[in-house]
Ligand binder design. Structure first.
Ligand code: ADP
Length: 368
């Protein structure tokens, strides 16, 4: 077979369906470039989700579309442009594209663990991520990320967040000499601290700001919703029945504040023993029930694994320390699902491909 013309290649690529939007790249305008060089096809496409799933799907589809043309080598450059929430003229952090609250009905379900691992998994997909620890009852994120020290200010006005694993972190814990002191905080103090965290911290450009909210209340959602448009919330739960009542309250609170529930994560879902047998220690079905109640997808079920706690205590979350472990993969799947949900929500609200060209992550793939 002779080498294909650029026209034929372009046509085939235009007809490839986007993995998130179920529309053709040609319709979306997300085929950014295509060339034939020395018998190789080079193409550049834009995706709205950094998820591994989306990258693999688009790569497979492009390969399949070009194969009948006799194309032997394809180099694919994927530009990820994470969609952005609507920022009003008074938005204190307009360069933060998405603000995601991680909530739970009660403490101890692994909310902070989920927030940290989710943030890291999003970072590992190449996006720009910030993590705000607003859990006054137990600001544990500095420990989980192995961060010590105090944030500083270069100009005396804006606070520089601390960084680890490429994530920017601010924590209520940094403001307290004794983290236990936080327990006596009341609503107005949290309100004031949160205001400072969003207006005075130099977050810079971020694709996702993940906020670890205190359990059981909607205080963080309430304060933030007055200042800026929140992309949505993630509800963390465990499978057992008793935990559920509190979670329903969080869901209702979000609904009242018009904060969309993006998805639900069931943590400590089950335990797999050394023989590979799955045990549902805490019953089952909690995640599904909450997801149904919230009319949101179940993003994932994270198994109980003592490595999650051990690595968390050592300051390297499991997604970073052991990404291939079952729990590590479960957290990565949650990050994929969240990224896709945000892209889809944006698209369905009519945002389409209107976001500005991303300075976001680029990655080259050699397909054939
Ligand atoms: P919360 O923020 O809801 O209070 P944490 O994230 O602090 O909960 O988690 C509570 C404890 O449970 C921590 O010691 C953490 O390491 C542990 N943990 C969380 N998720 C898991 C899991 N999937 N497997 C094993 N231990 C976990």
């Amino acid at each position: 077979m002779g080498s294909p013309t650029l026209d034929a290649v372009n046509q085939a690529l235009h007809d490839v369906e986007d993995p998130i939007f179920r529309k053709r790249l040609g319709e979306l305008g997300t085929l950014l470039d295509a060339r034939i060089e020395n018998g190789r096809v080079w193409a550049k496409v834009r995706l709205s989700s950094p998820s591994e799933e989306a990258r693999q799907t688009i790569s497979r589809r492009i390969e399949a579309a070009l194969e009948p043309l006799g194309v032997e080598f394809v180099e694919l450059e994927i530009e990820v442009n994470v969609p952005t929430r609507e920022a009003t003229s008074t938005d204190p952090i307009p360069d933060v594209r998405n603000v995601v609250l991680v909530m739970s009905g009660k403490g101890g379900v692994g909310k902070s663990t989920v927030a940290t691992n989710l943030a890291l998994a999003l970072r590992r997909l190449g996006t720009r991520v910030g993590l705000l620890d607003a859990d006054i009852y137990g600001p544990s994120l500095p420990t989980m990320l192995g961060i010590e020290g105090q944030p500083t200010s270069k100009d005396g006005k804006r606070i520089q967040p601390l960084q680890r694993f490429g994530i920017k972190l601010m924590s209520i814990g940094f403001l307290l000499e004794d983290p236990k002191q936080a327990i006596v905080w009341r609503g107005p103090m949290l309100h004031g601290a949160l205001q400072q965290f969003v207006t005075d911290v130099d977050w810079g450009g971020l694709d996702y700001l993940i906020i670890d909210s205190p359990p059981g209340t909607g205080d963080v959602a309430l304060t933030l919703a007055q200042k800026l448009r929140i992309t949505g919330a993630i509800i963390v739960t465990t499978p057992q029945e008793v935990a559920l009542q509190d979670v329903y309250k969080s869901v209702s609170m979000c609904q009242k504040l018009n904060v969309p529930i993006l998805g639900v994560v069931e943590n400590m879902s089950h335990f797999v023993d050394s023989a590979g047998v799955k045990h549902e220690l805490f019953g089952s079905g909690g995640g599904h029930k909450i997801a149904e109640f919230a009319e949101a997808p179940l993003f994932g079920q994270v198994p109980i694994d003592s490595l999650v706690r051990e690595w968390g205590d050592q300051g390297t979350p499991i997604v970073q320390a052991a990404p291939a472990s079952a729990a590590g993969q479960a957290f990565a799947a949650v990050a994929d699902a969240l990224a896709e949900r945000i892209a889809k929500e944006h698209f369905e609200r009519g945002g389409g491909e209107t976001a500005p060209e991303g300075e976001g992550p680029k990655r080259l793939r050699i397909l054939r």
